[in-house]
Design a protein around this ligand. Sequence first.
Ligand code: GDP
Length: 444
Amino acid sequence: MRLRDTIVAIASPHGTGAISVVRLSGDEALQIVNRFLNKPISRPRYVHHRELFDTSGSLVDEVLVVYYKAPKSYTGEDMVEIYCHGGILVTQKVLDVMLAGGARLAKNGEFTKRAFLNGKIDLVKAEAVLQVIEAKSEKALKLALDNLKGKLSEEIEFFRRKLLDILAKIEVSIDYSDDVIVDDSEIRHDIVSLLEMLRSKIEMAGKGLHLSTGVTLAIVGKPNTGKSTLLNRLLNEDRAIVTDIPGTTRDVIRGEIKIGGVHFVISDTAGVRETEDVIEKIGIERTLREVQKSDVVIFLLDATTGFTEDDQYIYELIKETNHVVVWNKVDLASNVQRIGEDDVLISAKTGEGLRALEQKLLEKVRLIVEEGELSHVTSKRQLEYLKRVYANISNAYDQFKKGYPFDVISIDLRKALEEFDELLGRNYMEDLIDTIFSNFCVGK
Ligand code: GDP
């Protein structure tokens, strides 16, 4: 069985450090490691100091080795962790020795996948592992740690039990309709209260997601207003990383910055301007749809040209968004024609006005990042499933109100139950699982 082969990976980050960790999981983990130690180990959860040799008997490193006996390990299988000196070469050598000994190189997220498949964690907790690693703010980290301890899983389990109760009452009345008199008003009350709880969960989910994934910001404006210059200025000042997203059309660049503790994910969209060219028009519309989904938009204007027809065209399309009007190139213009009281004046070139712009952005996202009760929904997948559950129970409730028979109503309720199970990963599909775990790094 494939699950049983022993996997190995370097679990610490690539590069030089004081210590590196090479970890193995599988039935033969202990046996493989022992073959290369000066003295075999057997006692679980105990730190052993050993010498590790390669296949030809030369010393590789002095190491610490810990054995975790199944099922009391992260993956639920036998596991061994080897702590060696943190050089790239020595770590690679330890890995090579284990591969020569019969272990197979682990794929991304395979350790966590095994933990999931062996029933150590549910899917929501597995996602939390990834989110702990990727957390970019204190709050995101807290949410992820809560979920790792089971916060969201328990909430979902609670909703699921409520749904089961309702289904049970309905099924009883289907099976024993002659003997049991079911109280319709009780079922109605149960469904309404479950829908209510789910709705508030879904509404609040936005906040948890923002914390985990960042606040999205788009910069739009006609060509040459200085969008790229502004983006670079924002990114450089905050020493963020600019990344090219492969596969995106034209020049959408993304970067991430922190302003006042808030994590912004910025995209610089392609120049937008009125055009007769149909194809370009489609491109622009697509760009603007993206823009409309952003949490906040910078509408960039050129102070040297004033408010032009092109600007008017763009403004019509974004005026309903949460936006800031920004006049750029004030270093070249002595007189800036504003369009509103809140307009911000900057020079992306000299950096003038940048602080004021950042303050304005923080003001605009205050509602999103505001303190308050937080939702533990931290991934789009989780939100998507909650919405599906809600839709199915709503359908069932509509049918209930129309007086449909219980066996019809129960169909949608059962669908909702299945979706709860999929959310927790009980009814998993192989490729969904692979997609989720492939986002992990090797060794996790
Ligand atoms: P984009 O097409 O909107 O991305 O515009 P760019 O960032 O490529 O800028 C267009 C031109 O305007 C470039 O030559 C920039 O150097 C210049 N530019 C951008 N911002 C400023 C500014 O604040 N002051 C001045 N003087 N020039 C600027």
